[in-house]
Ligand binder design. Structure first.
Ligand SMILES: [Zn+2]
Length: 415
């Protein structure tokens, strides 16, 4: 018998965590944090046999060190790129928790302990446990992202993590795997919509940048540190304009370049990164504003990071532009900009005269991709998690003839 318990990520995007028990072995898939509130998932009881991490984003990894703080001494399996990126993001997460006045869930020492138990696992390599085994499939989401396929209790159980099937400039999307899958635990971030074609999106972005820079303006590209910063860097490099990089995306790019096999065109990224001007000290920021240019800076949702420095100085300039390229979570500064045109942050509450745009450069697959995945793998059971409105999507899948369910946090399912 298999028991699946959803510890987090039920009808929500954030704090993904799934406990799977079979033949007296207990596995944990991901252990993330709620990015907005800093809230943890439900804590699993020990012992665990092993832990599998799909990718470095903190809604999947943000609570991992807390397992070690609580005294767990077991192995964690992830790709090498995920390990490198996790270290950066988790150390930053401690700083963010402190800055928000919260008591951090763990300390840097616990990240070190976690790393001492880390086992790098490449795609398509198998690790065997006493009664079960696991193999990672490429998930196509960010560099190093994986979908663990666990064989346990006589079933083949695939946990997708976050997924993308089409290529971006940074990485190749994954193909729907030719694997027998009995139980599919799937993300559903964009179950309600499809994304625009990436190539035409890139063209739109380039055109907007050209128009602005030729008009003596500055283009602000607020970006997530991991993935989006490096993708945008590769795209805008073609234009030949001065590019400034600011914030944690610089360190993330250095880490990502250490793992070229996870990238689509590492040479190009290396070249683009080499040519970009990196802002390493706050006093260097002043010179960025002197001439027309492109600025890629954290944070992607405008809450924190150096992007506020640039917005404060450019919000009145109609000849400049800002392009948001990622999902803007409810309650963030970026979401408010999109909904109201006002920038409210760090004591400032102003209407933006600077034009701003949203372009949907998602690192997730859209509705058609998710439905194709279910149709092509045709599993006995589908569990829909990591999305808003998962019960509705599960109902739609049932309407197509699949045994689909959207578990709630804390729900235990016997299979
Ligand atoms: Zn992700």
């Amino acid at each position: 018998m298999i028991e699946l318990t959803l510890l987090g990520g039920g009808n929500e995007v954030g704090r993904s965590a799934i406990l799977l028990e079979a033949n007296k072995e207990r596995f944990l898939f991901d252990y993330g944090i709620d990015v907005q509130t800093g809230g943890p998932p439900i804590r699993p009881e020990f012992p665990l046999t092993a832990m599998f991490i799909s990718h470095a984003h903190i809604d999947h990894s943000g609570m991992l060190p807390e397992l070690y703080k609580r005294g767990w001494k077991g192995n964690i399996y992830g790709t090498a790129a995920t390990q490198g990126l996790c270290k950066l993001l988790l150390e930053d997460s401690v700083k963010v928790q402190k800055k928000k006045g919260q008591i951090p869930h763990y300390q840097p020492d616990h990240i070190k302990i976690m790393n001492s138990f880390w086992k790098n696992l490449d795609y398509n390599k198998t690790v065997r446990f006493r009664n079960s085994s696991v193999r990672f499939l490429d998930a196509g989401h960010i560099p190093g992202s994986a979908s663990p396929l666990l064989e346990a209790g006589g079933k083949r159980i695939l946990y997708t993590g976050d997924l993308k099937f089409s290529d971006t400039r940074l990485i190749k999307g994954t193909k729907i795997w030719k694997e027998d899958i009995d139980i599919l635990i799937m993300e559903s971030t964009y179950h309600y919509k499809n994304h625009p074609d990436r190539k035409s999106l890139e063209d739109d972005l380039k055109e907007l940048i050209q128009n602005t820079v030729y008009n003596n303006g500055i283009v602000l590209l607020p970006s997530f540190a991991v993935g989006r910063t490096q993708e945008l860097l590769s795209i805008v490099h073609d234009l030949g304009f001065p590019v400034f990089l600011d914030g944690m995306g610089i360190e993330a790019a250095e880490i990502i370049l250490n793992y070229p096999k996870f990238l689509r065109d590492p040479k190009k990224l290396r070249k683009a990164f080499g040519k970009a001007r990196k802002i390493m000290k706050s006093r260097d920021r002043k010179e960025v504003l002197n001439n027309p240019c492109i600025v890629i800076s954290t944070a992607g949702m405008l809450s924190g990071g150096p992007i506020g420095y640039y917005i404060k100085r450019l919000y009145q300039r109609e000849d400049c532009a800002m392009v948001l390229t990622g999902y803007q979570v409810e309650g963030t500064v970026g979401r408010r900009v999109m909904d109201t045109g006002r920038y409210v942050n760090e004591g400032l509450d102003v209407k933006l005269s600077m034009p701003f745009h949203f372009m949907d450069f998602s690192a997730h697959c859209g509705r058609d991709g998710l439905i194709n995945l279910v149709k092509e793998t045709n599993p006995e059971k589908v569990f829909v998690i990591h999305g808003d409105g998962t019960p509705k999507f599960a109902e739609e899948l049932r309407g197509m003839g699949f045994d689909a369910h959207a578990p709630a946090n804390g729900e235990k399912i016997r299979i």
